[in-house]
Design a protein around this ligand. Sequence first.
Ligand code: AG3
Length: 282
Amino acid sequence: MTEWFEEALHPGLTQGLSMDRVLFRSSTGQQELLIFENRLFGRVLALDGIVQTTEGDEFIYHEMLTHVPILGHGNASRVLVIGGGDGGTAREVLRHRSVEALTMVEIDREVVDLCATWMPSLADGALSDPRLELVIADGARFVAETSRSWDVIIIDSTDPVGPGEVLFSEAFYRACRDRLAPGGVLVTQNGVPHVQAEELTGSYRRLGPSFADVWFYLAPVPTYQGGHMAFGWASDTVALRRTGVAELTRRFEHAGFGTRYYTPEVHAAAFALPASVLALMA
Ligand code: AG3
């Protein structure tokens, strides 16, 4: 009999994925970690009962979380990732030859090691790229204590329940702003607004005091159920968000790599928000 993984992140809604093969299941000390094979999405990583990434749809999330800020910035050489232990974000960041140094701060070494073992296509070699500095530490504390600065900061977090909650706080956002070089941009994983409305409103309000420009952009990630996922965008340089398709195309062609979801047109269009999302930005 097939065992089913049942995610209950949203009250009144569950998502079921057949566990056609369980590859790893344990409590790492920090969190419950489960890796299984699903016939539709390939290997799936769940933390504390919530789907974090799947081989089948991770490209949508990771390409949009990385190429939008890096190509929107236009000249990013230093990038900071908070979270991202599965390596998918690092993989996409390091596709950019313009990126000279990537610092990735992940709280749970087990996530890094287990994903490298069981889901190697996620990092796809990024962990051994000499430009990567992997720090195992609490991301909020790291940002509060460092005096370094970055062109792009990417928050590849879990949802704001449990240990990930601090990564949605006003103090954390302010600390990130203080670590951005001039012309820098911060992006965040900001939940699925149709089913996590408070998350978007909360981030909008907590980012506002620290940044001149706060916005969101959208992409549909099938296993983040409930509709499009929102990514937060925060910068003191308002023009970055308005970079046009022609310029994005020039930058993307110069970057010289291929993508499966990201295109310059998708990039520009992702910032168009439906009225129901605009209504949450209050
Ligand atoms: N980070 C995003 C997890 C969001 C899942 N939650 C949800 N369905 N709202 C995952 C890490 C991928 N690198």
